[in-house]
Structures are given as C-alpha cells and as structure tokens.
Ligand binder design. Sequence first.
Ligand code: COA
Length: 95
Amino acid sequence: MLAYGLLWRVTDELHLQRLAADPARRRQGLARGLLEEAIARGRATGQRCLLLEVGARNEAALALYRSVGCAIVGRRSHYYTDGDDALLLTLELVA
Ligand SMILES: CC(C)(COP(=O)(O)OP(=O)(O)OC[C@H]1O[C@@H](n2cnc3c(N)ncnc32)[C@H](O)[C@@H]1OP(=O)(O)O)[C@@H](O)C(=O)NCCC(=O)NCCS
C-alpha cells in the first residue's frame, strides 16, 4: 500500500479520520489524489461539508488541507499526547 485514507459519512458530513502516505513515496501527489477524490465523491453524493482534525505542528498535512480550501474553524489545546494542539478544519462541499 502506498497511501490510504479513511473517511466516514456521518449524515450530510464527511469525516476524514486518517490520511497517510508511505514515507518513501511522499511528495508525489498521493495524498492529494485521495483527498481530491474524497471531495469529488462528497460533492457528487450531496454531502454538505468535509470535517477533519490535524495536529497544529503537522505542517505537511496543514499545507495539503489548506491547498484544497480547508479552513481552520477550531482548536483543542494540548489535545494530543505529545502536547500538540488539534486544529479542526472544514471545507464546504455545497455551493
Ligand atoms: C500529510 C501526508 C498525508 C501528505 O502526503 P503526500 O502524499 O506526501 O502529499 P502530496 O504529495 O499529495 O502533497 C500535497 C501537498 O501537501 C503539501 N505538503 C505535503 N508534504 C509537505 C511537506 N513535507 N512540507 C510542506 N508541504 C507539504 C504541499 O502543499 C503538497 O503540494 P506540492 O507538493 O504541490 O507542494 C504525509 O506527509 C503523511 O502521511 N504524513 C503522516 C500522516 C499524517 O500526518 N497524516 C495527516 C493526519 S491528519
């Protein structure tokens, strides 16, 4: 497996639970491809928004999510065991 994503459909929301690429194959567009496919499917099936959570220090993931239009809508302080904050991000899927 080179990359994978785990997505939950919760009523009219898509929740991105996991997204990862093999360290040896990063920066080749794999995660972006999965994310864009998830967004396209969400739009095609009438989902209202994409929701996800990411560590505030996770610059790679944050850059990826921002590049597809996700906006930060919340923060949970010291949420992770390493002390990092969790950022809540969302992307509206309906026009
Ligand atoms: C975050 C992660 C999934 C990105 O996977 P990837 O396949 O390497 O990402 P892509 O090649 O599709 O990159 C898409 C964009 O993300 C951003 N990006 C990815 N890696 C980056 C890095 N190391 N530094 C800065 N920006 C980065 C860039 O904007 C990139 O676009 P560009 O290459 O055209 O500049 C990967 O680094 C990973 O598996 N990390 C560990 C797991 C993780 O943190 N998952 C997210 C949890 S919410």
